[in-house]
Design a protein around this ligand. Structure first.
Ligand code: NDP
Length: 480
């Protein structure tokens, strides 16, 4: 048998790659990992973690007025982006250090440089040297993409948000997916005037329609200027000459005065003409128009790894590519692009390759949350998906929660169960409410176990809570 430098070489130091490297090393394997950016990857450095900290920061804007309603003599202060961003960067540095420490503690050799494939068992590092490995794991993740249109570079992408030197006074967010909706709510909460364009009929395509509708209503109610069926048709720097006339022409929409200190990740104020006739300038534009796998210039196809239509690495149930010695996990495979899924894929890879226990990854019934305000927690089938498959009963309630109703806010929440008429199993659970992410993690266990509506009913309510409605809905609101 050939001698290799390593048993495993991992390319990519995000959540999936780091976990796989550590767990493989724990089996006694000799492991190396290369990362050309910061250890921790998208989730820790420019995704879930800094995003969630921004969610927390933005939620304080409502807490002041709520506290006053509850009798506190409290006065609203102003939000200091610079102070928050400094604290955020310190925390990200700490987390990056934790990841490095975990790898070093597991005896994984770290290369802080780019690696690409040079053969079926060989990687080339950016310093020109090569290393051989019995197995290679590609965990390079993905990157945000801008739409193809002139001047698209004027818009930021999600990576840029965390590097803004100051908050824009106004922003246009393009897209209706997780990232667009989350940042619309975050930036609105931080005091930015937010306009959102989504090209389709309703945001959060693919999720339960009733939930999408409620989230969109609540976002608008809070002051986000959401335009459905709308896209950018033209954009240019706000101070550029345009045949159409000065910024602000069109539907008489206001021109946002550029902040003298506005820099953002973009090139300054941007003038935008929209498909609905709106024409105005924004201090910044954020494209949240999807992500693409990081497979370019990786030497993949040269060694025989198959790529799919979207540039993703094609793998089997065991994350193995068309080349037997090369595996891939996480967003680079474009299966279910969520951090905990990448981690599971990494663990299953180690189980399969290093522990001799072939383990496919279970991609069924994955709970997830969208950190909008209100939050959205979801697992299983939407009402629309379920009724296409079999006869279902829908149990659903929407109400004003006690905490914010007391403070005079119009917020509404929703609890919904999609139930199979035949088996009585809960096929889908959808929660729109503060802390819905926390709730769906627990409800998800029951749904994953195959709980029936009657199992939910047998569970005593925890009173008074919002989620008690999940076990007290007696009659279906409709059958479908
Ligand atoms: P999504 O694919 O979820 O959404 C992209 C959005 O951009 C869609 O609304 C899409 O519209 C729209 N879009 C695409 N191309 C264009 C275009 N040319 N012009 C106008 N609009 C366009 O991607 P995101 O970037 O929001 O998120 C990427 C992934 O990251 C998610 O799928 C998710 O897996 C993960 N993620 C998870 C989070 C969480 O768990 N909370 C948070 C953030 C990200 P259309 O619907 O018409 O296609």
């Amino acid at each position: 048998m050939a001698d290799f430098d390593y048993d495993l070489f991992v390319i990519g130091g995000g959540s999936g790659g780091v976990r796989a490297a550590r767990v493989a090393a724990a089996t006694g394997a000799k492991v190396a990992l290369a990362e050309d950016s910061r250890l921790g990857g998208t989730c820790v450095i420019r995704g879930c973690v800094p995003k969630k900290l921004m969610v927390f920061a933005s939620e304080y804007s409502e807490i002041f007025s709520d506290a006053r309603a509850y009798g506190w003599d409290i006065h609203e202060g102003s939000f200091d982006w610079g102070r928050f961003a400094g604290q955020l960067n310190t925390e990200l540095d700490r987390l990056e250090g934790v990841y490095r420490g975990l790898l070093e503690g597991s005896n994984v050799e770290i290369f802080d440089q780019r690696a690409k494939l040079a053969g079926t068992h060989e990687v080339r590092l950016s310093d020109g040297s090569t290393r051989s490995a019995k197995h290679i794991l590609i965990a390079t993740g993905g990157h945000p993409v801008r739409p193809e249109m002139p001047n698209a570079h004027l818009g930021m992408v999600s990576d840029d948000i965390f590097h803004m030197e100051s908050l824009p006074r106004s922003i246009l967010i393009v897209g209706g997916g997780y990232i667009a909706c989350e940042f619309a709510c975050i930036l609105h909460g931080l005091g930015v005037e937010v306009t959102q364009f989504y090209r389709g009929a309703q945001i959060l395509r693919g999720f339960d329609e009733e939930a999408r509708g409620l989230i969109a209503d609540q976002m608008q109610e809070r002051g986000i200027d959401l335009h459905l069926g709308t896209n950018i048709v033209e954009m240019c720097p706000a101070d550029a000459e345009r045949p159409e006339g000065p910024a602000g022409e069109g539907l008489g929409a206001p021109v946002s005065e550029p902040r003298p200190d506005a820099e953002g990740g973009s090139a300054g104020p941007v003038w935008v003409k929209a498909s609905n006739g709106m024409a105005r300038s924004f201090d910044a534009v954020l494209f949240a128009t999807g992500r693409a796998p990081n497979t370019r210039d990786m030497g993949l196809e040269e060694v025989g790894v198959t790529l799919g239509r979207r540039g993703e690495i094609v793998v089997d149930d065991f994350s193995q590519t068309a080349v037997p010695s090369i595996y891939a996990i996480g967003d680079v495979t474009d299966r279910v692009n969520l951090t905990p899924v990448a981690i599971r894929e990494g663990m299953a890879f180690v189980e399969t390759v290093f522990k001799g226990n072939p383990t496919p990854v279970d991609h069924e019934l994955i709970p997830s949350a969208v950190f909008t305000q209100p939050e959205f927690g979801t697992i299983g089938l939407s009402e629309e998906e379920a009724r296409d498959r079999e006869p279902v009963e829908i149990y659903c309630t929407s109400f004003r929660p006690m905490q914010t109703a007391f403070a005079g806010r119009p917020d509404r929440v929703m609890m919904k169960l999609v139930v199979s008429k035949e088996t009585r199993r809960v096929l889908g659970c959808h929660i729109v409410a503060p802390h819905a992410g926390e709730m769906i993690q627990l409800a998800g266990i029951a749904v994953k176990m195959g709980a029936t509506k009657e199992d939910f009913d047998r569970t005593v309510a925890v009173h008074p809570t919002m989620s008690e409605e999940l076990v007290t809905m007696k009659s279906p609101v409709r059958s479908a």
